[in-house]
Design a protein around this ligand. Structure first.
Ligand code: ATP
Ligand code: SF4
Ligand code: MG
Length: 332
């Protein structure tokens, strides 16, 4: 399938010069048209930094150091988001891509009705639209995310957390973007509500034909809802595969650990062993494979050489960065 977004060799730092801390390292990742791509990894692995970096919403001292983020518009025209001018970028955000960020449900303005907040988004991008048209559209959007029209004039505090999060998703879909990026949009919600919202998102994706980059630390959610999964560790993508393959046969010991950190919903029960130790500080990443101090399978080259992300033998649609599978690019 065709790519809608291609991230190439992306490096993102916090700070400059001596103080610079590299939080995203040489990330290569492709989002295909119509797919739900999941991005998983423990706290501090760089998921949010990647999402904000690629949309150019990174708060200072964050800076995209190098790389490309190629967006393919519906006509197939490629544009590098990192090189758009500010006015181009403004149009691009919301209209082509929209971001539901961590804790978004608390970013609804408490003093304005839900209807006003939805119609404001529409008005900002369609200043010529009539008030009635905007209100009708707002009602449609709420309906889309499963909120009945009688809640249109509710204030945020009159809605549950799950409903507020649905409103945020409705808002993200207001301008029919090609790409929706969701950074832990459901983490604050209970498990049942999280799954309902994800199910709805997947259904909407089929009806409205957008692509989703869904970020979470909960790999079990992704196994259920994502088409493909990328796993991040220490700022790098360490494995990327169709979700069924990752679940059945994860190649990277870290993915394996993550899969054993959550109860499985379906299929064989896995023992919950988790991962010993804690994620690394990007200011002091371990040498070689940054997972080596925690890896139960670490061996001789692991502390010395950074494994290259590449396809393991005999596969084309998945990549892994682990010396057990690839990376020993020595002549034979
Ligand atoms: P979480 O699951 O907790 O949201 P994450 O995977 O989204 O984690 P990021 O927030 O992207 O992780 O952070 C990646 C790394 O960058 C972390 O080690 C963090 O300490 C560092 N970092 C984040 N923001 C800043 C900042 N403003 N200044 C310096 N370092 C930062
Ligand atoms: Fe473990 Fe070595 Fe693979 Fe890193 S490269 S995940 S330390 S086996
Ligand atoms: Mg985050």
């Amino acid at each position: 399938s065709r790519p809608v977004l291609e991230i190439k060799d992306l490096n993102v730092d916090y700070g400059v010069g001596e103080q610079a801390v590299r939080a995203v390292r040489e990330v290569n990742l492709t989002l295909h048209r119509g797919e739900v791509l999941g991005l998983a990894g423990e706290s501090g692995s760089g998921k949010s930094t990647l999402a904000y970096g690629l949309t150019r919403l990174l708060p200072p001292p964050g800076v995209v150091r190098s790389g490309q983020v190629i967006y393919h518009d519906p006509n197939g025209e490629p544009v590098d988001i990192l090189r758009l001018s500010i006015p181009e970028l403004r149009r691009f955000r919301w209209a082509e891509t929209s971001l539901v960020f961590q804790g978004a449900m608390n970013s609804l303005n408490p003093v304005h009705k839900v209807s006003t907040q939805l119609t404001d988004v529409i008005k900002a991008h369609e200043p010529g639209s009539t008030r009635a048209a905007r209100r009708a559209r707002a009602k449609e959007l709420l309906d889309l995310v499963g909120i009945s029209a009688d809640r249109l004039d509710a204030y945020p505090h009159q809605l549950s957390g799950g409903m507020r999060q649905r409103v945020m998703i409705g808002m993200a879909l207001a301008l029919q973007p090609q790409i929706v990026i969701m950074d832990e949009p459901t983490t604050a919600l209970d498990v049942v509500t999280q799954r309902q919202i994800l199910r709805q998102l997947v259904d909407l994706r089929e009806r409205l034909d957008f692509s989703v980059l869904f970020i979470t630390h909960d790999l079990s959610l992704l196994v259920e809802f994502a088409d493909r999964i990328a796993v991040m560790y220490g700022g790098r993508i360490v494995e990327q595969a169709p979700s069924t393959q990752l679940y059945r046969d994860s190649l990277h010991p870290y993915s394996d650990g993550l899969l054993h950190s959550f109860p499985a919903l379906r299929g064989p029960r896995r023992e919950l062993t988790g991962i010993p130790g804690s994620p690394p500080d990007p200011r002091a990443l371990p040498s070689g494979c940054s997972f080596h101090p925690r890896c139960p399978q670490a061996f001789e080259p692991c502390a010395q050489r950074v494994p290259v992300l590449g396809p393991p033998a005999g596969t084309a649609e998945r990549t892994v960065a682990c010396h057990l599978h690839v990376g020993d690019r020595v002549p034979t």
